[in-house]
Design a binder for this molecule. Structure first.
Ligand SMILES: NC(=O)c1ccc[n+]([C@@H]2O[C@H](COP(=O)([O-])OP(=O)(O)OC[C@H]3O[C@@H](n4cnc5c(N)ncnc54)[C@H](OP(=O)(O)O)[C@@H]3O)[C@@H](O)[C@H]2O)c1
Length: 310
């Protein structure tokens, strides 16, 4: 299952310094990890420049320092929310998609992006235009596969239908946020401002009825709230459902002798349909438990208890 774990590299090259980022990448690959997630805009808010690109540039540097490693990797990056000078974000227009794919390739120092994400819904660009731009990148070999992050399900399906009709590669991956606990319906969550950013029951139904679409989960550990007293869950998670889930999570963690975060990651990986967690870590001490979680086996009885807390 280590293959199904994704290493998030959002702060590599900004908050996470070069040496630590290299050590995390080395260890992840040494342990059998293959899949890396970044974005052209990472991490503009943590950089004095006001622009992103630091994470991709750091990955490029690491790839150059480790010849041969690229072949065994799945590199995923995104386009769509990089700030533009004068205000606003770049969006998903055809020209932006083409130009930014080129810039990402340059920063990464590779000739192919294995999975290219449309980062967030762009209300100003018809989905058909974005779909054709992404499809053209697959057709010319620049991109291996296409995914949508922070888009409503109906729009993803409209894109897939348009791609099929135009003989282009349809999107085959969704990137949304979810965890073992969920916020109250309708409640705002600090730092999570994408209207369609959360996995919902509709997402799961969509995956169950459409084969071949992967689901990747960002922020699966809610910034470490499961195990850290200094990171209380955001207020929106304060409801009776959370209490019931945390109670069974605590029991299962104790039975397996692991941290609650590790059970969360293992539960996501064991779910049907599977959810591939994108782990965000800033030290080796945080990475090791995530790697161990991918090796944790949760039997059907334990999964049933976690799925249906009393
Ligand atoms: N598509 C999107 O819109 C989107 C949005 C956000 C993120 N992402 C992707 O998802 C990845 C992960 O997102 P995230 O950073 O928000 O994930 P997260 O799981 O919510 O939080 C990760 C943070 O939790 C803490 N943590 C993790 N493991 C820990 C451990 N074992 N012990 C103590 N603390 C621990 C660390 O905080 P400290 O570093 O502060 O110690 C770590 O940086 C990103 O790198 C990015 O690739 C995508």
């Amino acid at each position: 299952m280590i293959n199904d774990l994704v290493l998030g590299t959002m702060y590599f090259g900004t908050r996470t310094d070069r040496a630590t980022s290299f050590a995390l990448l080395d260890r992840f690959v040494e342990a059998g990890g293959t899949t890396l997630d970044t974005a052209n805009c990472y991490a503009f808010w943590a950089s004095g420049t006001g622009h992103g690109g630091q994470s991709e540039a750091l990955l490029g540097e690491w790839l150059r320092a480790n010849p041969g490693v690229r072949d065994g990797l799945v590199l995923a990056t995104k386009v769509g929310v990089e700030p533009v000078d004068g205000g606003g974000i770049e969006g998903l227009g055809a020209e932006t998609v083409r130009r930014e794919a080129g810039r990402s390739l340059d920063r990464l120092g590779v000739d192919r992006i294995d999975l290219y994400w449309a980062h967030a819904q762009d209300l100003n660009t018809p989905i058909e235009e974005t779909t054709e731009a992404l499809g053209a990148l697959v057709a010319d070999g620049t991109v291996g596969a296409v995914g949508f992050s922070n888009h409503p399900t109906w729009l993803v399906e409209r894109s897939r239908a348009h791609a099929r009709a135009a003989s282009l590669e349809p999107a085959s991956a969704l990137q949304l946020t979810t965890s073992y606990v969920e916020p109250r319906p309708g409640a705002a969550v600090e730092g999570k401002d994408h209207r369609f950013g959360f996995v919902t029951d509709e997402t799961i139904d969509y995956l169950e009825r459409n084969e071949g679409i992967e689901l990747w989960a960002y922020s699966p550990l809610v910034q470490g709230s499961f195990d850290r007293d200094d990171r209380p869950f955001p207020q929106a998670y304060d409801h009776p459902g959370t209490a019931a889930r945390l109670a069974v999570l605590t029991e299962v963690a104790r039975e397996h002798g692991v941290a609650r975060s590790q059970v969360v990651l293992a539960w996501l990986l064991h779910r049907e349909p599977q959810v591939r967690p994108i782990v965000g870590v800033s030290s080796l001490e945080q990475l090791e438990p995530a790697l161990a979680a991918a090796r944790l086996s949760l039997g059907p009885e334990t999964m049933a208890r976690l799925d249906q807390p009393a």
